[in-house]
Ligand binder design. Structure first.
Ligand code: GDP
Ligand code: IMO
Ligand code: MG
Length: 439
């Protein structure tokens, strides 16, 4: 059985939650490898909306084991609240969820200092989710982070909290904030330790043991390739490795264990927070897409910026992730538009760029070169049979496939599980990997 990575090819919110939930019955384990509760993955089950933040989107199917890897940063309170909220719709508990002992923890000072930093940046702010994600990864890189495994020994935990506050409290004072008491944090985290302890495991070992016995794993990405710390639109990125390589480092799994990568791609583009966005629409069409796509952040509720499909960006995402198959989502949002546009290149300083530039100041000034296609006269919303898709829509899909050099194996036409077209047996197609290649 195949092990695959499912990740976003744009700036997040591509519909990863729906696609992961849809594919979960074909897997024994769903494993998250990066990010934290900055993610908001929405799944609809029989009309009921469920938003997952930290817990993998496989939790809504019975029996699947959900793993939270070492590459994830965990706010214990957010984790425990999410577990409680899920009790009404799923079986949750240590038999279903395993948390890596090596995952770093988010502490209260992370969010407080992040907000102060964003305020200080003013117009230049990143527009983060202010969940403490970036500062927790900063401490990880600075080698003073507190990990889930530290919750297993309260003396170790106490010492680490004291050591960290010796660094953080001067920063808090410098920002005009009240210092935080070590005893107060220790008492809170000791209580979390009690509740979290049964979930904490050596998840790399767990995955290796289960895979050796034939278990298949779906690796679930959060955020999107263009928000990746290395490969995204730096500095307007998140602080983790959202691209395919992150699955290996974020779970302690070797690359040879992974068969293929499925890229989740919205039929247009959205972005939350600051940063360059060449195809952003500031006009009525942009507003129509935002309204019809219900484009508000699943975590912060902020309006998402909307624009046309950017084939330069998605082609880049396919290249750096080794994607041959796409799950195309939300084309129904474009139903009824007289015409649709696709960005095929960027005009910059008199030249035409076909490659996604890594410098944000180039992207800021890049003017999209569009290919315009007619819209499709009948809606795709709710369609589940390939043959029912209107020919003009299929032409649009073919153009996207040709431009990004990957084939759409799944087309999602609505929020519900049933509102999906399986163009092929996507798992079999993925493993064969005959990507669309330009001559
Ligand atoms: P994720 O972060 O990638 O999991 O995506 P989000 O859940 O943040 O945002 C995607 C939104 O689009 C959610 O509200 C989904 O319910 C919704 N969605 C997913 N697929 C489709 C689709 O094909 N059509 C429509 N109209 N909505 C979709
Ligand atoms: P899912 O998994 C969309 C964005 C934030 C901000 C930048 C950095 O639902 O697709 P952070 O709090 O991570 O330091 O913020 O990244 N961002 C997301 N945008 N979807 C997400 O997750 C995001 N997670 C972070 O808006 O621009
Ligand atoms: Mg989301």
């Amino acid at each position: 059985m195949a092990n695959i990575i499912v990740l976003g090819t744009q700036w997040g919110d591509e519909g990863k939650g729906k696609i992961v939930d849809l594919l979960t019955p074909g897997f024994d384990i769903v494993a998250r490898y990066q990010g934290g509760h900055n993610a908001g993955h929405t799944v609809y089950v029989d009309g009921r909306k469920i938003v997952l933040h930290l817990i993998p989107s496989g939790i809504l199917r019975p029996k699947t084991l959900c793993v939270i890897g070492n590459g994830v940063v965990i706010d214990p309170r957010a984790f425990l609240e999410e577990v409680e909220a899920l009790r009404a719709v799923a079986s949750v508990g240590p038999d279903r969820i395993a948390v890596s002992a090596k995952a770093h923890l988010i502490l209260p000072y992370h969010g407080v200092l992040e907000r102060a930093d964003e305020d200080r940046l003013g117009e230049k702010k990143i527009g983060t989710t202010c969940r403490g994600i970036g500062p927790a990864y900063e401490d990880k890189a600075a080698r003073r982070g507190i990990r889930a495994g530290d919750l297993l020994d309260l003396d170790v935990l106490k010492g680490k909290i004291a050591d960290n506050l010796a660094v953080k409290n001067p920063s808090m004072r410098a920002c005009g904030l009240e210092p935080i008491g070590a005893e107060e944090i220790f008492a809170r985290y000791a209580a979390f330790a009690e509740a979290l302890r049964p979930y904490i495991r050596d998840t790399s070992r767990l995955l290796a043991d289960r895979m050796r016995l034939g278990a298949s794993v779906l690796f679930e990405g959060a955020q999107g390739a263009l928000l990746d710390l290395d490969h995204g639109t730096y500095p307007f990125v998140t602080s983790s490795s959202a691209t395919a390589g992150g699955a290996c480092t974020g779970l302690g799994v070797g690359p040879t264990a992974i068969d293929a990568v499925l890229g989740v791609t919205k039929a247009y583009t959205t972005r939350v927070g600051s940063g360059p966005f060449p195809t952003e629409l500031g006009d009525e069409t942009g507003k129509t897409i935002a309204r019809r796509g219900d484009e508000f952040g699943a975590t912060t509720g902020r309006p998402r910026r909307c624009g046309w499909f950017d084939a330069v960006a998605v082609s880049y995402a396919c290249r750096i992730n080794g994607i041959s198959r796409l799950a195309l989502t939300k084309p129904d949002v474009l139903d009824g538009l007289p015409e649709v546009k696709v960005c095929t290149g960027y005009r910059y300083k008199g030249g035409l760029l076909r490659d996604f530039p890594s410098e944000p100041w180039i992207l800021e000034k890049a003017r999209p070169e569009y290919r315009t296609m007619p819209g499709w006269p009948s809606p795709v919303r709710g369609i589940s049979e390939l043959g029912d898709l209107p020919p003009a829509f299929r032409d649009y899909v073919r153009l996207l496939e040709d431009l990004v050099e990957a084939r759409a194996g799944i087309i999602s036409t609505g929020v519900e599980r049933e509102e999906t077209v399986f163009v092929e047996d996507v798992l079999a197609g993925l493993v064969d990997r005959p990507a669309v290649r330009k001559p």
